[in-house]
Write a protein that binds this ligand. Structure first.
Ligand code: ADP
Length: 521
């Protein structure tokens, strides 16, 4: 350890040199100054553990020097040397920041003793300062750590809720509010009073007690039936070293997409077992009959069976085609040829195509297109010709597919003697194509689910109808890809209307020419 440094400021050479000799003999490093001004200069330029200051000096007095030193370094330790050891002088010097005083004349022992005390005090001050600085550094690091943790918690996609042992909410993140569909969760409030989902409250409150397994996983649904979020809640009881429960940490995860995948997977397996197995078994049965020679001498019977086999395999091919279409549309691997398409043409072709099927189901099929080629009102520009007004910018084959799926449903979910009608007109910026039927209709609660892959409404009326639950999802995807939308209205037992709204060709062309004119400008 290096020797303590002492500065002696006194105008008396004898005192200065006496102090130097005694204190150097004690092992200290000593420097001296002959007046207040040079003493202050040395103090500011160097580093001293103890300063001995004569109170009476010409120029800058000892008291003034003390005040200036304390200003530069509040931890400076000074001992004043005074010729008259009055109490008043000592008190005054202490007020100015002196630690102790030494009355002249003093003995070497007295000098040594006061130096030892002063330096001891200085050590204590230095230690205290170091501890203070360390604490400030620790607090700073802690604050940094806390803000880092807070940022991480706030950025989490999963919701986090921490509840103390008194069942009060003590921490949550923005994801928790979003997932629980709440605007706020007042800190300190009882979980049963501020969390709106009764199910979640129950999950949190029934988190396992200390000693038992400390983690559980449960699922719940939040929101109305047509807009639900599936949540998976993992609760963990926090326990201290003694095993006492401190509270519960709940992590809430949105598993809606996962649930949908699970549903699609289950529906797919279900669909495969019914829609694939049944026709394949039928085909296999006919093949057995033919190959085993049971229809050998009955060409008519054999021809019928072959015809049925063809019908079943056609159905299978259509199913595989639907599956591939959904997959292609999902992966955006569709090659579209987008061009002006006259919907009246597409409708009339489709109606002709489905005529035989409608007849087989004893359903009448008709279409009507709004005539827009009326004469212009006085003073106004003539309206666009009808065909152009009912045209859209689209892939013709996909438009045919949309209409085929809707017409096929309207016929197969109909009743003998029922009717199907396709209506084309314009509404605002859209061409509206509505396919209405007088069939079995759809349960109101099932309507929001239409268009989900493999979704089929199960009622006694529809149970016998062959289908895959893919037709409407193909329609929905194609319509969305053409910046349109699909609307469904239905009354159970009375019939349904599926309406496709697509941007009018004239508006798309106008927007495109506007954009190119802007580009040219
Ligand atoms: P699929 O007809 O192959 O089952 P879709 O995706 O075309 O599949 O239709 C999904 C479900 O919607 C059908 O199973 C049926 O329950 C219902 N649905 C569709 N169109 C109609 C309609 N016009 N009338 C009554 N129900 C319908």
């Amino acid at each position: 350890m290096s020797a303590a440094r002492i500065l002696v400021v006194d105008d008396e050479l004898g005192i200065r040199e006496g102090c130097r000799r005694v204190l150097t003999g004690e092992g200290y490093e000593v420097e001296t100054a002959a007046d207040g001004a040079s003493g202050l200069e040395m103090f500011r330029a160097g580093w001293y553990d103890l300063i001995l200051v004569d109170l009476r000096m010409p120029g800058l007095s000892g008291m003034e020097l003390l005040a200036a030193m304390r200003e530069s370094d509040p931890d400076a330790v000074a001992v004043v040397i005074t010729a008259y050891a009055s109490l008043d002088t000592a008190v005054e010097a202490t007020k100015r920041g002196a630690y102790d005083y030494l009355a002249k004349p003093f003995t070497p022992d007295e000098l040594s003793a006061v130096a030892t005390r002063g330096l001891g005090h200085r050590n204590l001050l230095t230690e205290a300062r170091k501890l203070r600085e360390q604490r400030e550094r620790d607090l700073l690091a802690l604050a940094g750590e806390q803000s880092r943790l807070r940022t991480i918690i706030d950025c989490m996609a999963d919701g986090l809720l921490v509840i103390n042992r008194d069942r009060q909410v003590v921490l949550y993140n923005p994801a928790a509010l979003r997932l629980l569909r709440q605007d706020q969760l007042p800190l300190g409030a009882q979980v049963s009073e501020c969390v709106q989902s009764r199910e979640l409250v129950e999950i949190i409150e029934s988190a396992p007690q200390a000693g038992a397994s400390t983690r559980t996983e449960r699922e719940l649904a939040i929101g109305p039936a047509d807009d639900q979020t599936a949540l998976r809640v993992t609760t963990a009881r926090v326990i201290d070293a003694q095993g006492e429960g401190l509270g519960v940490v709940a992590v809430v995860r949105d598993v809606t997409a996962l649930k949908e995948i699970e549903r699609v997977k289950a529906s797919f397996v279900n669909m495969v077992s019914h829609e694939l197995r049944a026709p394949l078994s039928a085909v296999r049965g006919y093949l057995d009959v033919i190959l085993d020679g049971f229809a050998e001498n009955e060409p008519e019977k054999e021809r019928k069976m072959l015809g049925r086999m063809r019908g079943r395999t056609d159905g299978l091919l259509a199913l595989v085609e639907d599956l591939l279409t959904v997959s292609r549309l999902d992966q955006m691997r569709v090659c579209r040829t987008v061009a002006p398409v006259s919907l009246p043409e597409v409708v009339s072709e489709a109606v002709q195509f489905f005529a035989a099927e409608a007849q087989a189901h004893q359903v009448t099929l008709e279409c009507s297109c709004a005539r827009a080629d009326l004469p212009a009102a006085e003073g106004k520009a003539p309206p666009e010709p009808g065909a152009a007004q009912l045209s859209v910018m689209a892939d013709r084959e996909e438009m045919r597919q949309v209409l085929s799926n809707l017409l096929s449903n309207a016929i197969k979910y109909n009743r003998p003697g029922g009717s199907v009608r396709v209506n084309l007109d314009t509404v605002g910026e859209h061409v509206r194509m509505a396919v209405s039927d007088t069939g079995v209709g759809i349960l109101a609660e099932a309507i929001p689910n239409l268009g989900r892959e493999f979704y089929r409404v199960k009622t006694p009326q529809t149970r016998e109808v062959v289908g895959t639950g893919l037709g409407l999802s193909v329609v929905k995807r194609i319509v969305a890809a053409h910046h349109g939308r699909l609307e469904t209205a239905s009354e159970e037992g009375k019939g349904s209307t599926f309406t496709v709204l697509l941007p009018r060709l004239s508006l798309v062309q106008r927007a495109a020419s506007g954009a190119s004119a802007e580009g040219a400008a």
